[in-house]
Design a protein around this ligand. Sequence first.
Ligand SMILES: [Zn+2]
Length: 440
Amino acid sequence: MSHIRVFKWFALTLILAAFLCQSGIAQSDSGLAADADTVLSESSAEMTETSSMTDTVSSAGYEYPISAERKAKLISYSRFVNIWRFVGFFVTLGVMALILFTGLSAKLRDWAGVAKKKFLIVWLFVIMFVIVDYLLNFPFHFYRSFVVENQYGFLNQSFGEWLGEDLLGLLVTMVAIVIPVWFLYWLINKARLWWLWMTVIMIPIMVFFIVIAPVLIDPLFNKYEPLQDKQLEAEILQLASAAGIEGSDVFQVNASKQSAKVNAYVTGLFGTKRIVLYDTMIDNFETDEMKFVMGHEMGHYVMHHIWKGLGLAVLFIAFALWLTGRTINPIIIRFKSRFKFDRLGDIASLPLVLIFLTVLGFLFNPVSNGYSRHMERQSDKYGMDISKVSGESAAIAFDKLSVINLSDPDPHPLIEFWFYTHPALSKRINFVLTYKPEGS
Ligand SMILES: [Zn+2]
């Protein structure tokens, strides 16, 4: 698993933690597939409609060096995405608040009461809640994911096809969140330290999604085979041995099937070590550029970045749940006549819990992303040290990533600070061009 998957997985973690943040995020259950895509650089598509962006790139292809016109377009698009990060945040909060203050959440709970069994009540409530949330979000979601994507020529779907996939995502959301929601409310009603138990339960779920699912599930969608280019394989194995990653297998995967995005990762699981390169990278990168990228990936592996990221996520979940438990009750009491529920253990409080977790997640962004950028810088340095390629080769690799993965190389510093899991590409390019590797 790509290290970076971890950071993309921060997003998923927050989804799991928030169980259903906003339709926008929860629906990119394609998040699962999408997360695998943004490994090496910040992508504009990140956390949004990655699937449609993905189509885009593959259909449009890309040329290198990038034309001024296409560059302007990508930058304008990524600026829009950046603004939308805020719009989406406030829309999510607004919709939850509406559901709460109109007493609708309590009504949904009453309607769900027709089911006699506790678990069924939760399930019915969740289904109705997800639908209501989807409908209220729809105008914004439609504008963002259909209208704008179309304007930029990124969408290859008719409205019908788009809606069909969207509704499928809705269905997946309903099924996926009912168990954690049920668990959460069961714990709240049973255990004083519910926030701690909930965190404990989240750990195996996260480990599964981050570490195991990619190895078990990715092969269902793509073909993994030994790297064809034996010369390249030899070079990569030599790098691996220098990094102390012995006995690895090197695979190539036909990722171009879904997307033109470039990716690579190093992973170890069940005693096997695998180094994986996307065919998109093999086709478009020179050997030295790939050596730098692989050195970077090996850096993540050797420095255990995935586990560090996971550790931070666990701490955040514990903290967010604890803080929610400590601060939510006065608000429930204050508005109980509007909300029509008077305790946290009432399933009707779910939208309020989601508001808390969404806000805390948003506030936590600079911490998790700052830590992620720190690890990326460490890996860039590691990649330079171990691959011993020229700064120019590494810079070209970054430039190609910016083109292929549709990222703004030079975002506003505040946007980078708050949202970017990777340093701005312009900074990374600057670093490799001026860096003198150790021992040279
Ligand atoms: Zn990285």
